[in-house]
Design a binder for this molecule. Structure first.
Ligand SMILES: [Zn+2]
Ligand SMILES: [Zn+2]
Length: 312
């Protein structure tokens, strides 16, 4: 799996950073899942290597405009282009009425079905939000000025690498039998041999996990959601110098984001959602934010628009 940042500014867009959105490309299907959809996200998608027709699910963290104002526009465009066959939207319960009102009052009738899934109850009970045979999504409440939710996407463990040489050496004819063996099944060959797939596979490979936490002040719930994640994307609106403001506005400092990564034993942290006050010309620069976080969690990176990162 990999992610692409489509917006990394907090609250308002700047010339170099749009408001929040991130695209997750799944590795086992050709799907793209979007996390947040600030205003202008559809332009960012056009400038990136993401195909909007591949968007199947959209996860919204909370109802602040910098995370949702791009949603009606994106949906309307997908409707006009006719290249979506349905989208599931996960988020707070108010999201449904916001989207439906925006579409209805602008006389927009979508050509594909929308399905809304409210996350409040699922987050508070720590239940699974979505599950397939390959992937699982969970969510958890964060601490912000209004209800906000973090999301975790975990791939299930994948079968070990198939030993093609061994199969060829045993003169097993290539074809669908190989994928059956790879999935660990026992296969009967036409010549009467019975083969155990497990003997042709290496050890199972650990599935990758990705966590997205924004907007929030430091929260135990974010730490729990991020346990042992391969990649944690956490907001870092403020520098440690501006901690007072972070507590007032219920956003994170670099220190809080890094502490979340450290306490959860995440492997890698990317900080995002920066206050527009930090520019190349301000006393505290984005590179200073990175240094602050790296002092606590060395494997930290700084998000920028269009940055793509592998989960592992
Ligand atoms: Zn925000
Ligand atoms: Zn917010």
């Amino acid at each position: 799996m990999n992610i692409t940042f489509l917006g990394t500014s907090s609250g308002v867009p700047t010339l170099t950073r749009n408001v929040s959105s991130l695209a997750l490309k799944l590795s086992q299907t050709a799907e793209v899942w979007l996390f947040d959809c600030g205003e202008g996200t559809q332009h960012q998608i056009m400038k990136s290597n993401i195909k909007s027709s591949q968007i199947k699910k959209i996860f919204i963290t909370h109802m602040h405009g910098d995370h949702i104002y791009g949603l009606p526009g994106l949906l309307a465009t997908l409707g006009l282009s006719g290249n979506s066959n349905g989208i599931e939207i996960y988020g707070p319960s108010e999201l449904r009425s916001f989207v439906i009102a925006a579409l209805k009052n602008s006389y927009c009738k979508l050509s594909f079905p929308l399905r809304f899934i409210e996350v409040e109850g699922i987050a508070s009970l720590n239940k699974v939000l979505f599950e397939s045979d390959k992937i699982e999504v969970r969510c958890a409440p964060l601490k912000h000025r209004l209800p906000a939710y973090g999301y975790r996407v975990s791939e299930k463990d994948k079968p070990g690498i198939f030993d093609i040489k061994k199969a060829k050496d045993l003169q097993i004819p290539p074809g669908p039998i190989y994928s059956e063996l790879q999935s660990g099944k026992t296969v009967e060959l036409k010549d009467g041999r019975s083969l155990n797939g497990k003997e042709f596979c290496g050890p199972p490979r650990k599935g990758e996990s990705f966590v997205y936490c924004t907007d929030t002040v430091f929260s135990e719930s974010a730490v729990n959601l991020s346990k042992n994640a391969d990649l944690l994307v956490h907001e870092s609106t403020f520098s440690k110098e501006d901690e007072k403001m972070a507590y007032e506005k219920l956003h994170s400092t670099t220190i809080m984001a890094a502490k979340t990564a450290l306490l959860s034993n995440a492997k890698k942290l990317i900080i995002t959602h920066f206050s527009p006050r930090y520019t190349q010309r301000s006393p505290i620069k984005p590179s200073d934010l990175l240094k602050e976080a790296q002092k606590i969690f060395p494997n930290t990176y700084l998000a920028k628009d269009f940055l793509t990162a592998e989960i592992k």
